[in-house]
Design a protein around this ligand. Structure first.
Ligand code: PDD
Length: 282
């Protein structure tokens, strides 16, 4: 049984209880983060904590912990749960109050964290690539906020699974935004394209790293949204997230992407990513 963190205490996961009046439960009024941990060490923690602060600011919620307090708590949680490779989940909700759409006054946020073994990315996804479908982006206008209200994302991901695919690529007003739980990229004539950071996409921490690595590896990358048509004729398509790293999409709506195998540019970015992981970051 793993330990979780809840409002200042570490407790056994099956002992952790939150009120039914918590606004996270009743209204989905909360934000979250998912941080990968390799060999007991957080990967890109600073970026995740900054994005958490941005999400909290965007929904006008106070941060219950300072950056240092988050760091310390997360280190303790990782140690309590046996180090190794883990996935740390942080969630902050506005707190417990009688149900009302209007924000309650004088309520303290609910701070929760758990850590689970990091699910290994199946080797076949890197050897053969994954399948994706395109679907309309039915989400709201503030996708840059990492909000816990994931019903649209969940519906879209399920739609992909029902179609035998692993991810749904979202199309808004004719342009590719991102995946249901990932950022998306396409390679055309050796240029990597990914949608720019705005309210239509989550500013992925892995996306930031991919951009850095592409620059270091002298690969050409532009932050520009692609049309659905460009996506369909791309040489390569990839998706990225903290738990899945960078994966090649080799089948889109049941049609081969490029040669139908993971592409040469993906091979380069994956090699750079794996080397960076081995070096370890702060
Ligand atoms: N999701 N876009 C969306 C909609 C996401 O849900 C995620 C990650 C990303 C990638 O962000 P990052 O590189 O910071 O993980 C992009 C996490 C993993 C989740 O919800 O479990």
């Amino acid at each position: 049984m793993s330990d979780v963190y809840l409002n200042g205490d570490f407790i056994a996961a099956d002992q952790a209880k939150v009120s039914v009046f918590d606004r996270g439960f009743l209204l989905g009024d909360g934000v979250y983060e998912v941080i990968p941990v390799y060999a007991g060490r957080c990967f890109r923690l600073d970026g995740h904590l900054k994005r958490l602060q941005n999400s909290l600011d965007a929904v006008r919620m106070a941060n219950p912990l300072s950056e240092q307090q988050w760091q310390l708590m997360i280190e303790q949680l990782i140690t309590r749960n046996g180090n190794g490779d883990q996935s740390v989940y942080l969630q902050v909700t506005r707190g417990v109050a009688p149900r009302d759409h209007v924000f309650p006054e004088n309520v303290s946020p609910t701070a929760f964290a758990m850590s689970n073994p990091l699910q290994e990315v199946p080797e076949k996804y890197k050897i053969k690539g994954i399948a994706a479908i395109t679907v309309p982006d039915i989400r709201w206008q503030n996708c840059h906020i990492k909000a816990i209200t994931l019903l649209p994302n969940s519906l879209l991901k399920q739609q992909a699974y029902d179609a035998g695919a692993q991810e749904a690529l979202l199309i808004r007003d004719g342009y590719l935004t991102e995946g249901s739980a990932s950022n998306a990229y396409a390679v055309i004539d050796n240029v990597i394209y990914t949608a720019p950071k705005d309210e239509k996409v989550l500013p992925g921490i892995t996306r930031d790293l991919v951009i850095d690595l592409a620059r270091k590896g002298k690969l050409k990358l532009v932050e520009q949204a692609l049309t659905e048509e460009q996506l369909r004729s791309a040489d390569e398509i990839w998706v990225s997230s903290s738990t899945k790293e960078v994966l090649p999409v080799t089948l889109l709506d049941n049609k081969a992407v490029g040669t139908g195998a993971p592409g040469a540019v993906w091979q380069q970015i994956d090699a750079l990513y794996q080397a960076y992981k081995l070096e370890g970051d702060s």
